[in-house]
Every structure is written in C-alpha cells, then in structure tokens.
Design a protein around this ligand. Structure first.
Ligand code: SAM
Ligand code: ZN
Length: 273
C-alpha cells in the first residue's frame, strides 16, 4: 500500500509494507510492533526524548479517556462531515496519543464515510499510543516543521493545541483542503487558573491570517465540566500550567476534592489559498 508519507532522506514517496516503509531509492524504515514508523532524522532530534514528556502524555491520555473533551471531537466531526470528500485522508498534526483521531474517525465511519487517518507527533510515547488506538491509521514520529509528507496529499488537517507550521500544512493539503486549528478561547480553564494564579489572565482571541491560507470561519464550543480530584489532577498535569504555576497555587489545587471547570475552545477553520 502506498501512503502519504515521504522519505525523510530523499523526499521520494514511501510504500507501506507490513514490516517497513521503503522508498524507491531503498531507504527503509522499520515499522514498530504497534504499527508506527520513526521518520525523525538525527538532525531534527534536539533532545533524546523530544515533545511532551511521557508523564504528560499519560496524564492527557487519562484525562481524555474521561470523555470530558469529547464535545470538542464531536464539534470537529460535524464540521468535517460538511466538507470532507469521501473517501478522504485526514491528517492529525501533533496527534498526541490519538484520542481525537480515533473518536472522529469512528464517528465518520459509523456515518458511512471512508476516511484514512494519519498523523505525526514528535513524542514517541504519544505516537505509539496513537498507532495502537487507531490501527487503520498511518502514524509517524516526525516534526511538524519538516513534515515527511507528500505535497497535496491530504484532504483535511487537524491541529489541536499543537505547534503550527503553516507553510508545511499548506504544502501537504490538496487544493481546497481545510485546516481545523483548535486554540483556547478567552476563559478556557479559567476556574483552575483562578486557583493557580493570584492574577489569572484571559487568553487573547483574535483572528490570525496565515500565509498559504484563508480564514473561512471560527466556531466556539464550551462546556462546564464537574471534575473529581483525580481528573482535575490529570488535567493540571497535561497543561503548561503544571510547569509554570506558583507552588502555593499548585498546592491549593491539589487540596480540591472536586471542581467545576469550563473548557472553551475556538475552532479556526482555514482553507488552502
Ligand atoms: C498540547 S499537545 C496536543 C496533543 C493532541 N493534539 C491533543 O490535543 O490531545 C501538543 C503536542 O504537540 C507535540 N509536539 C510539540 N512539538 C512538536 C513538533 N515540533 N513536531 C511534532 N509534534 C510536536 C507534543 O509532543 C504534543 O503531543
Ligand atoms: Zn529515500
């Protein structure tokens, strides 16, 4: 089977074999038991374990498994349903451990849509989990800044809270393809921030134009979540606040037996220009 991925050494297309992905020039990349492939070149690896650390990935996996953010996956599915061709290649840029990819692809499949899921993340622990969760997908450890993906090979891109390299994402999208870029809305997790910081700030909300794209719409979705201490702990550990909060704030949060927290997302929809 040939896929969307390109050889990180020479740029030729990679064919997906059972045990390896290989390019016409003979560069070959072993498929891990879970089904993913490592396409990060040594020069692109700035650290031994790039991307989110394993404990953060596990906290996110456990939080997302609680279902509290499924309303975001469902909003994205609804938007995709309106515009995605059938069949389609859906590319998750910074896929984490694959929770959203799986939920979206399963819902689209249940509606009779044929979708080939693919994704990359720079964190190996995350990609391993994604490949296990979505066996029908093609997943690679790779950098969003040097995507080993063929030009114009994907129909839609998801980017949920991951670094954005608009040049690469516009390059891999087909003409008319869309990018769904999810960012925090003004009061995302504000109740948690009120405990962590003496002066919590609201996130900025402005429409950004990216080269190679045209902004075609923005949709805001939010939900008040009733979180147990354990789920709250996982949520805290998967956010950057975990590393940046004052000690007093983190201790005050840890004392909470439950907390109502609002999740608020902006889905920014861009079309390849
Ligand atoms: C906030 S997490 C979001 C993960 C997933 N989209 C989600 O919402 O659950 C950001 C992800 O971007 C990945 N990441 C960070 N820098 C990256 C890079 N240069 N290339 C690819 N992935 C990167 C991290 O490893 C992490 O999994
Ligand atoms: Zn090659």
């Amino acid at each position: 089977m040939s896929g969307i991925f390109a050889c990180p050494v020479c740029g030729e297309g990679l064919s997906c074999e059972e045990k390896r992905w290989v390019c016409p020039r003979g560069h070959s990349f072993d498929r891990a038991a879970e089904g993913y492939v490592h396409l990060l070149t040594p020069a692109q690896m700035r650290s031994k374990t790039p991307g989110d650390p394993p404990e953060m990935v596990r906290a996110r996996r456990d939080f997302l498994a609680s279902g509290n953010y499924d309303f975001l996956a469902d909003a994205l599915t609804r938007l995709l349903m309106e515009h995605l061709p059938d069949p389609a290649v859906l590319f998750d840029a910074g896929c984490g451990e694959g929770h959203y990819t799986r939920r979206i692809v399963e819902t689209l499949a249940a509606a009779g849509r044929e979708v080939m899921p693919a994704g990359v993340d720079i964190a190996k622990t995350a990609v391993r989990m994604a490949a296990k969760k979505v066996p029908s997908g093609q997943f690679a450890v790779a950098s969003l800044y040097h995507l080993p993906v063929a030009d114009g090979s994907v129909d839609a891109v998801l980017n949920i809270f991951s670094p954005l390299c608009e040049g690469e994402l516009s390059r891999i999208l087909c003409p008319g393809g869309r990018m769904y870029y999810v960012v925090p809305a003004a009061r995302h997790l504000f109740e948690m921030k009120e405990i962590l910081y003496p002066e919590p700030y609201e996130n900025g909300e402005k429409d950004v134009q990216y080269a190679g794209f045209r902004l075609v719409g923005t949709e805001c979705v939010s939900r008040r979540m009733e979180l147990s201490a354990q789920t709250l702990g996982n949520l805290f550990a998967m956010t950057p606040y975990f590393w940046r909060s004052p000690r007093e704030g983190a201790e005050a949060l840890q004392k909470k037996e439950a907390l109502a927290v609002t999740a608020a997302f902006r889905i920014c929809i861009y079309e390849k220009a």
